[in-house]
Design a protein around this ligand. Sequence first.
Ligand code: G6P
Length: 483
Amino acid sequence: MVRQSSLVVVANRLPLDDNAAPDGACEWRRSPGGLSGALHAILQQTAATWVGWAGGTGDAPQLPDIGSLRIRPVALSEADLRGYYEGFANSTLWPLYHDAVQPPVFHRGWWETYQAVNRRFAEAAAEVAEPRAAVWVQDYHLQLVPGLLRTLRPDLLIGFFLHVPFPPPELFMQLPRRAELLRGMLGADLVGFQRPQAAHNVAQLATKLLGAKSEDDQITLDGRMVRTGAFPVSIDVAEMQALAARPEVVRRARQLRADLGQPRRVLLSVDRLDYTKGIEHRLTAYSELLRDGRVKVRDTVMVQVTVPSRERVENYRGLRDRIEGEVGRINGEYGRVGEPAIHYLNQPFDRAELAALYRTADVMVVTPLRDGMNLVAKEFVAAREDGLGALVLSEFAGAAAELEDAFLVNPHDLDGLKETLLRAMDAQPADLAARMTAMRKHLASHDIVAWARHYLTTLDQSGRLTSWLPRQARRQTPSPASQ
Ligand code: G6P
């Protein structure tokens, strides 16, 4: 007997990680951080179902509920993984949607697999959704699901949210199956984006490719109305704030600074190892500052954390080699025994250790070439209850539209990047505190709960399905000035 829910979230990944138990058995735990971890804070207040891939290939594992959240795994074969996840999603759409900073790869076979896997997700969602339920589909992996689901279950309220940027029409037009992909996404009742520009791009393309009519934030297609809008995603602010304030995390932050040799300034970057994150541009800028003697080893230390990602995809493998070569070169040229210019860590990171690093940093450097949002920037702000620390943030991250008091920068402009890094390093504490206060104030009322509430109440204007939603952000974050 299939248990059905009034709210179904459909995302490529499940909010679970498998961990080896002490006896070697496989144990499933809630994933820390990220969208899945954060959404869990909301979903546990209703009996929702999450449809997603558990990682790995072959039969889907039997998975327990997480509190009141039910889990419906979708199985992927090795061929699915290659054609759908590594292929169409991450070698075609991902680079295309990120301004083609690496050339997208178009491969006809991948499209077939992408369609088949999207159909599997849609069928799973159709099975677990109760009559007139709301189904919330997430991200570029599942862009055909809204349309497929509407055919299977016309009674459902269907939402789609794109976490990554939606490209300008000139770029999207390169995509061989552009019309089908667009039509699939517009199968939703509400299509949400990080930034308003994305909604404009989609409206323009819907008119051009599908003959739709668009006005303000509404697109009329095949006699049906689709609403669009910007809903900038956020983090579980209260969780990061509490984590960073734990005494052991505060102690660990002090220890980290001592381990780094008590430098005057610590620069920190934390990125998934991805070519959209601008890691190479950042290393070049830093290396030039060292070369020009404007930054000195011992006085200043850079910590670059990269989290391994999509390692079987060719573009990512090459990137790792290039970054590691460059870090080695910089350390070889400018480091001293026991004093590297850059501390480079390529490993999955524990949340508490990450919070301690955020607290240790004097300058957080977040300089993607293109990013839908960038939650690391928001996590850093949430972690800095001391009101100090500078955030250098790329104009091309969605977060820049909200965190306007960061040191904003164009990461393609190397001289501008160098000057901005120096400005952030030399900023006065009063200036930093004023900037941090403003950014924390914004975040206090724009956390993950506020995001989900904004989206879901726009989707379900009747309020029938969303009455259980918490009324406001999880907890007000006091600004540094008020502490
Ligand atoms: C981006 C995408 C997410 C994705 C995450 C991690 O943030 O928007 O949908 O889950 O990267 O990537 P991965 O390929 O490991 O799921």
